[in-house]
Ligand binder design. Structure first.
Ligand SMILES: Cc1ncc(COP(=O)(O)O)c(C=O)c1O
Length: 359
């Protein structure tokens, strides 16, 4: 069985060393020393001033929206994971979908302004597959219309834009450290901001609003993460360069198989360094996409139709037609990509895919 992804697992002895320490301290959660250490190490690695380690990437989005006190319309992308949209609705705001650019698959800045109304409060864009959005163009629209910017950077660990971590951009950037992500803490996520007031507010929000044992500064939630999750992050961080390098090599190996076929791949932002978080392929039609998927599955290989369907077509969030997102989501497959995927497995997946295309 070759799944679309498999979590990275470090040598168990390295994880156990951290667990022994947790047992000795008997401090399992609530801003423990490993959570602090992970936050410091991540700031150092990413070269960022502020971040907060949270329980997952969905609550990170909710806290970002809440911290910016957004109520009204939020311009967003329909080509993303459902958590981007559901967080907007969960926070009592209205998602206003804007279609994507057909090359980058990120929200198309050229279509944002026509969607702005007097109720628009912010832009929440996803850097799809770790490929940075057109950050400068989005920021200048936001500045012109006095809108906040949040980036859902769930896929972005290791991606850079203009030499800096992608997490550095927007009023707040969020990410996911879920087990399926290339850097993970089993479950986990983070918020990033350059604004220390926003950081403080989000720090209150993640811990029930506590400002000391009996004072409360905000209506908060429990978005803390535990020492066990932080421990996994601390061990995995030691392997991050190897993980990023292996994904690049694996992607380039896939590329060699598909180079002469007209399988459209996403166009990476040319001001960025990509983290190779996913290996998406765009086929000519939905029929071919399903045929390839069926053939791979018959050979015990699981690609993923990701993102599918386009969120604006889901009953709960249904709005007007968005042709590029809808068309793309019908024709895209992400191929298996994870640290322990071997060259032989990449060759096998590629050959079966090409065979399915040829008959
Ligand atoms: C684009 C995007 N946003 C948000 C999330 C939610 O992250 P989490 O699973 O950590 O809650 C995901 C998770 O896959 C994602 O892909």
């Amino acid at each position: 069985m070759i799944p679309v992804t498999k979590p990275f697992l470090p040598p168990i002895e390295e994880y156990k060393t951290f667990i022994d320490g947790i047992w000795q301290r008997n401090w399992l959660t609530n801003n423990g020393p490993l959570v602090n250490e992970l936050e410091l190490k991540l700031k150092e690695y990413l070269n960022l001033p502020h971040l907060l380690f949270l329980s997952n990437g969905t609550v990170a989005l909710q806290i970002a929206l809440r911290a910016l006190e957004l109520k009204g319309e939020i311009i967003t992308t329909p080509f993303t994971y459902i958590a981007t949209t559901s967080s907007i609705v969960w926070e009592g705001c209205k998602p206003v979908f804007v279609d994507i650019n057909e090359k980058s698959l990120n929200i198309d800045p050229a279509k944002i302004e026509e969607a702005i109304t007097e109720n628009t409060k912010a832009i929440l864009a996803t850097h799809v597959y770790g490929n940075p959005c057109e950050i400068d163009a989005i920021q200048s629209i936001a500045d012109k219309h006095k809108l906040k910017v949040i980036y859902d950077a769930a896929h972005c660990f290791g991606s850079k834009y203009k030499g800096r971590s992608v997490f550095a951009y927007g009023d707040i950037s969020t990410t996911s450290f879920h087990a399926t992500k290339l850097f993970h803490t089993i479950e986990g996520g983070a918020v990033f901001t350059n604004n220390s007031n926003l950081l403080k507010k989000m720090d209150f929000l993640r811990n029930f609003g506590h400002n000391g044992p009996v004072d409360f500064a905000e209506v908060g939630i429990n978005a803390k993460n535990s020492e066990f999750h932080a421990a996994m992050g601390l061990v995995n961080l030691k392997y991050i360069e190897r993980i990023l390098e292996s994904r690049k090599n694996q992607s380039e190996r896939y590329d060699k198989f598909f180079i002469r076929k007209d399988l459209r791949k996403i166009v990476i932002n040319n001001s960025s360094e990509f983290n190779y978080a996913y290996y998406p392929i765009l086929f000519d039609s939905e029929e071919i996409t399903v045929k390839v998927q069926t053939e791979l599955e018959a050979n015990r290989i699981s690609p993923r139709r990701y993102f599918h369907p386009s969120i604006n077509t889901i009953d709960l969030y249904k709005t007007k037609k968005l042709p590029i997102s809808e068309d793309t989501s019908k024709r895209i497959l992400c191929l298996p990509l994870y640290y322990s995927l071997s060259n032989e497995e990449i060759d096998l997946v590629s050959r079966i895919l090409l065979r399915a295309l040829n008959y």
